[in-house]
Design a binder for this molecule. Structure first.
Ligand SMILES: [Zn+2]
Ligand SMILES: [Zn+2]
Length: 171
């Protein structure tokens, strides 16, 4: 390990929420909230065991998945289990609001977003005339919105197989 790696720690255990938000953005109902909760548990557990707080090199999203890089794996099995469970949970939750979600392919970006947040994000990135927001994936057709291409949340009462966001917009 280099000297730089030995000293990097992006999580300030005296201000967990702020330091997590610096890494993931301010999404208290979404990923930053989920990860803040994880490190609060880790802090309590480490205090109980009298072990050092684990040092974190980086927390980020990559290809729509949450990544947490520690400078070394925790020796405590429970902490390791919480980390794995948190990543698992985040990867099925909207990054921004925590709703159930799947990764969405927005051209060159992949993000895990619910249909509402995905539409907001797409509207920011694409021009106002674009409706086919999300790229084709290998998801089964019945899970894909016929208009915008969102994967995973289809309004079951809609005979045109649209996501709730497209139904609401009348697309
Ligand atoms: Zn959302
Ligand atoms: Zn849609």
């Amino acid at each position: 390990m280099s000297e730089a790696e030995a000293t990097i720690n992006v999580v300030d255990y005296d201000n967990i929420q702020k330091s997590v938000e610096l890494e993931l953005g301010e999404t208290p109902l979404g990923w930053s909230g989920i990860v803040t909760e994880l490190f609060e548990h880790i802090k309590v557990r480490s205090d109980e065991l009298g072990i050092e707080y684990p040092k974190v090199l980086q927390i980020k999203e990559k290809f729509g998945e949450l990544r947490i890089y520690f400078s070394k794996v925790s020796e405590d099995e429970r902490i390791r289990g919480w980390v794995a469970a948190t990543i698992n949970r985040a990867n099925q939750s909207c990054e921004q609001c925590g709703n159930a979600a799947r990764p969405q392919n927005l051209g060159s970006w992949i993000m895990t977003l619910c249909c509402w947040c995905a539409h907001e994000e797409a509207a920011r990135r694409f021009n106002e005339h674009k409706r086919r927001y999300f790229r084709r994936t290998d998801a089964p057709e019945h899970l894909v919105c016929a208009v915008c291409g969102y994967v995973g949340h289809i309004d079951r009462s809609d005979d045109r197989r649209r996501c709730p966001s497209c139904v609401k917009k009348g697309w």
